[in-house]
Write a protein of this length. Structure first.
Length: 334
C-alpha cells in the first residue's frame, strides 16, 4: 500500500508539468515552480548567473567536474512553462552525476513568444557558449599543444526535446562535432496532425492527455507548422539525421510517447548513428523528477551519469578537477 501511495503522489506531482485548455497560464507556471523549486541545491552544487548570447542562464557547478565538459539543459513545460528556478534541483542532480557544469537558459515561452522564439534563444546560447569554451580551452592549453575541443552535452525533456532537436538539425558540422551526447527524457517527437498521439481519440497515459498536447501546440505554433522537423523531429529527412551525435533517450514503459521514441531511434540507426533507448518498466512521463516518491528516479539518473562519463569503449573518461580551480574566469560580472 505504501508503494501505491508513493506512485499516486508521484503522478500528482508530475501532472503539474502539464498545461491544458482548462489551465490558467500564470497559475500553471506558479504551481510548477512551487512544486519543483528548492531553496538549497542538493549535493553542494553552486549556482551562478551569466548571459550567453544575451539570454539569462543559470550555471550549476557541482563540487567536482570536468573542466572540458558542459551540459546545456533545455527544460520542458509544454512550451509555456518551466524556468531556471523550476529545474535547478533536477539539473543539480544531473550535474553531480555527470561531473559537469549545467547551463539552464531562460528562453522565451509561448504563447507570448511562439515558435521560433525558443529555438532562436537556444541557438544564441549554444553559439555563445561554444565560443567561450573554445577561448577558455585555448587559455588553458600549453604552448605547442592543440587545445581540446569543448565537450558539450545537449539534454532536454518533454517539449524541450523538440527545441533541442530543432537546434541540432540546424547546426553546422563543426558545432555538431563538439556534442558528445544528446540526452532526452520523455521527448515530444511528433506533434503533427497525423501523428499517433494527435490523431488518437483517447490517450492511455497516467500523466499526459490529448488536451495537453493540443493546447501546448496551439499556443506554440500553427498546426500547419507541426508538419516540419523543427516542431516534429520525427519528420526529419535522412540528410538531417546523418552525422547526428550519440543519442540516449530515457523514459518509462507506460508512456504514450514511447512508440515515437522507438521509431526515432530506428531512424537514427538507419542513418548510421549511435543511440540507445533506455526504458524503465512501469514508469511514467518524467518519473526522474519525482525522486522523493520513486526509488527508480535515482537509479535512472545514475544510468545517465554512466553514459555521459564513459567513452565509446565503456571506460570512465573523466578528468576531475576541484571546483575552486575551475571557476569561469570569463564569467565575472562586468
Amino acid at each position: 500500500m505504501e508503494i501505491q501511495n508513493d506512485r499516486k503522489a508521484a503522478i500528482k506531482k508530475l501532472k503539474l508539468l502539464t498545461y491544458n485548455s482548462k489551465s490558467n497560464l500564470d497559475s500553471f507556471r506558479q504551481k510548477m515552480e512551487e512544486a519543483y523549486s528548492t531553496v538549497f541545491l542538493p549535493n553542494g552544487v553552486e549556482r551562478t548567473e551569466y548571459k550567453y548570447g544575451n539570454i539569462d542562464c543559470d550555471i550549476l557547478s557541482p563540487e567536482m567536474y570536468s573542466s572540458n565538459r558542459v551540459m546545456i539543459y533545455i527544460h520542458g513545460g509544454c512550451f509555456s512553462g518551466g524556468s531556471r528556478k523550476t529545474y535547478r534541483a533536477f539539473c543539480s542532480s544531473l550535474a553531480t552525476k555527470c561531473y559537469c557544469r549545467v547551463v539552464i537558459p531562460e528562453f522565451r515561452l509561448s504563447p507570448a513568444y511562439p515558435c521560433p522564439a525558443a529555438i532562436e534563444d537556444i541557438q544564441a546560447v549554444f553559439r555563445s557558449l561554444f565560443t567561450e569554451e573554445q577561448i577558455q580551452a585555448s587559455l588553458n592549453t600549453e604552448k605547442g599543444t592543440t587545445p581540446k575541443l569543448p565537450e558539450i552535452i545537449i539534454a532536454a525533456d518533454g517539449s524541450g526535446a523538440t527545441i533541442a532537436c530543432a537546434l541540432l538539425y540546424n547546426l553546422r558540422e563543426r558545432y555538431r562535432n563538439c556534442i558528445s551526447h544528446v540526452v532526452l527524457f520523455s521527448p515530444w517527437l511528433d506533434l503533427s496532425p497525423g501523428s499517433k498521439i494527435m490523431s488518437s481519440k483517447k490517450i492511455s497515459d497516467e500523466v499526459l492527455t490529448l488536451d495537453v498536447f493540443k493546447k501546448s501546440v496551439t499556443d506554440y505554433t500553427y498546426f500547419e507548422n507541426t508538419k516540419i522537423s523543427s516542431v516534429s523531429p520525427l519528420l526529419a529527412d535522412d540528410e538531417q539525421l546523418k552525422g547526428f551525435p550519440p543519442v540516449f533517450i530515457q523514459m518509462g514503459s507506460k508512456e504514450i510517447l514511447l512508440e515515437d521514441a522507438k521509431e526515432f531511434i530506428a531512424r537514427l540507426r538507419e542513418n548510421g548513428n549511435t543511440c540507445e533507448l533506455d526504458i524503465w518498466k512501469g514508469m511514467m512521463f518524467m518519473f526522474q523528477m519525482a525522486d522523493e516518491y520513486l526509488h527508480e528516479s535515482h537509479l535512472a539518473l545514475d544510468k545517465v551519469g554512466k553514459i555521459v562519463t564513459q567513452d565509446s569503449a565503456g571506460v570512465e573518461s573523466v578528468e576531475i578537477e576541484n571546483k575552486p580551480k575551475l571557476e569561469h574566469s570569463l564569467h565575472s560580472e562586468a
